[in-house]
Design a protein around this ligand. Structure first.
Ligand SMILES: [Zn+2]
Ligand SMILES: [Zn+2]
Length: 240
């Protein structure tokens, strides 16, 4: 039997496609058209950075050319659910800037599937990429923390939203070029409780990774504070 409360909720707030807004029958998610249009990242992919690879033998762990050259990566494993392009842009922007927090659960569910290689490494804690206090006041919620909260429910791995903090009110990364981004990010993050981080394997959670520099800087800060391993899971990533 259907829960009368959820029936009532469905009348007031009918479930919609989190990308295009089409009404759905069940719960918030993707309509079949958006599901077919969004470029989900699937195997074969680079075992470390998660970028799609042209071919691989089944079951073989492969690295892309760039990862083969880097000996000591800050982030041991990176995964994303889909390519951040025109097909998925609306989903992310609505969630991030237009208060569509109701999408968080559905996005987290998609990320949960994309993160299976990370979950198999039994990480200790999920840490959302923090927003600066002032930006948080303006936007009222940290979209990455919302995703981490739902991923925590799905995986049983606790979330730590207080140890990693953002120090300066950095300009949104999307408005900057690569060089400005790096400068803007230097010393942007700090760890408040190093004793909570020391020896832990951490999964950084964010909505989108574009150049990856925000995740790298978070990873650098956490490593300095004594974190053992850093993994990163995002909903979208630009194709690199
Ligand atoms: Zn749709
Ligand atoms: Zn790679």
């Amino acid at each position: 039997m259907k829960n009368p409360f959820s029936t009532l909720i469905n009348i007031i707030l009918p479930p919609r496609c989190i990308n295009c807004g089409t009404l759905l029958s069940e719960k918030n998610g993707l309509c079949s058209e958006c599901f077919n249009n969004i470029h989900f990242i699937s195997e074969p992919l680079c075992n470390r950075c998660g970028c799609p690879l042209p071919t691989a033998q089944i079951g073989q762990k492969m690295l892309c050319a760039e990862c083969l050259q880097k000996k000591k990566p800050l982030i041991t494993m990176k995964r994303a659910a889909f390519i951040y392009d025109d097909s998925s842009k609306k989903l992310i922007l609505d969630f991030k800037f237009y208060d569509k927090t109701s999408s968080a659960e559905a996005i987290a569910q998609i990320m949960h599937g994309a993160g299976r290689d990370i979950w198999s490494l039994t990480p200790n804690v999920l840490i959302p990429v923090p927003l600066h206090r002032l930006r948080l006041l303006k936007r009222r919620y940290n979209q990455s923390a919302l995703l981490a909260h739902h991923l925590s429910k799905l995986t049983g791995i606790p979330t730590d939203c207080t140890s990693l903090i953002r120090q300066e009110n950095t300009i949104p990364q999307v408005l900057l070029n690569q060089q400005q981004r790096m400068h803007n990010l230097k010393h942007a993050f700090a760890v408040k409780n190093p004793q909570k981080i020391a020896g832990k394997s951490v999964v950084l959670i964010d909505d989108v990774s574009t150049t990856g520099s925000t995740l790298e800087e978070c990873a650098r800060t956490l490593k300095k504070a004594g974190a053992a391993k850093i993994y990163a899971l995002t909903a979208g990533r630009t194709e690199l």
